[in-house]
Design a protein around this ligand. Sequence first.
Ligand SMILES: Cc1cc2nc3c(=O)[nH]c(=O)nc-3n(C[C@H](O)[C@H](O)[C@H](O)COP(=O)(O)O)c2cc1C
Length: 445
Amino acid sequence: MAPPSTNVLTAPLQKQILPNPRVPGRSENLPPSDKLQLFKPIDLGDGLVLKNRLCFAPCTRRRCSDIPHYVPEPFVGEYYAQRASCGLLISEATNISHHGVGSHSTPGIWSEEQVARWTEIVQEVHASKGVFFCQLWHTGRQSHSYFQPGNEPPLAPSAVRPKLRKFVKPYGMVEVETPKKMTLDDIKEAIEEYRHAAANAKKAGFDGVELHGANGYIVDQFLQDVTNKREQPDPYSFYPLENRLRFLREALEAILTVYPPNRVGVRFSPFGHAGDMQDASVPLTQETFKAAIALCTELKLAYVHLVEPPNQRAPDHIAGNKEQTFDPESLGLDQFLSVAKGSSTLRMTCGYKTRDRAAIDVEDERAELVAVGQFFISNPDLVDRYYNDFELTPWDHDYFYNPDRNGYTNYPTYGMIKQAGLSPTSPTEELLNCGTKGWHAKNEK
Ligand SMILES: Cc1cc2nc3c(=O)[nH]c(=O)nc-3n(C[C@H](O)[C@H](O)[C@H](O)COP(=O)(O)O)c2cc1C
């Protein structure tokens, strides 16, 4: 999980976001929707066709039971099914094992009980003709001993404590502890946990999986110098490059014993700040992530999913204040996207993709797929709204993590809003009431 950087999108600013920001100089030159590649299907191979290029980005929503079960609530399937008109739904980050857990009420996929619930959820998504990948998650040093087996310290490549605070129910907000440096046996076990989780995802019926290699979690921790202080002859040392990629490679190879490559994606966030990763040096980040993406193409994976650096997702009308120091040549995603260009591995971008930004990424062949998080949370019919260029409902942070259905399964579609005589930017409570009635009526039919 990685809520967007609050220095860019603070709560008061969210309320000011224009519903459909335009990209100056480009929006007016875009073809009509029926000509946009964004809305055209794409084939992932062996009969897996995505009906359009828009994807639901992985979004932790905490609608799950807590310790020790970590089972999604029964209504989670309804939420994903409501969004099944996109090409690909990527699940919220899903813990591969008890060791992987790093926060309250996030789902797991290691136990029979979890698999049973995921099976029902996937069936609901498939009944709505959605394609659904499970995001596989191990939080590494971003966990807390409270969540760990035997209340041991969390596991990480090196014993480097992140400057992070975390909510742990019995204690409130606490500093994250120094993790335990993983032994070679710990690493072997974690790789096996990826295999087991992938096998369970397959058992539950997921069409594929996405390895979470972004936002400062365990895969990222092995890849970056701030978190990987291991030294040779350790096979997972930061130097040489091959060693820092080893954990990623082995996790992927384990997953690939379960799913074929065209059903496996990976997410990276080069230059992302989440998880206290901001200290990595620019040339090292460039070297590492270009090689990591090349590895994905070598393994013929379905896609690499790259998160735009935080400043780039600033809405256009506030970006002027924030992008002074941003140098897209050295810190932008294009250098990484170009590594996969022309390979069988598709490129997916994510980060404040309004309709026009999403369309431009695909039209300009910057990416084949585009993922949207927050706008998809508040606009379940996002594909329709983007196609018709309808006004969007702004997301409301207050409903991201509450444990119930409110702000989860009751964001209304554009049609429901109009029928109720409201506007997409009406107060959230009014919209959610309208959605509760609208979805109820729709489900009754
Ligand atoms: C509530 C929330 C939960 C998130 N959870 C995850 C997650 O589980 N896994 C992940 O890789 N990213 C997670 N993210 C990051 C999003 O996938 C996405 O990268 C980010 O929101 C930027 O895209 P957007 O501007 O379209 O929202 C989360 C973001 C939000 C707002």
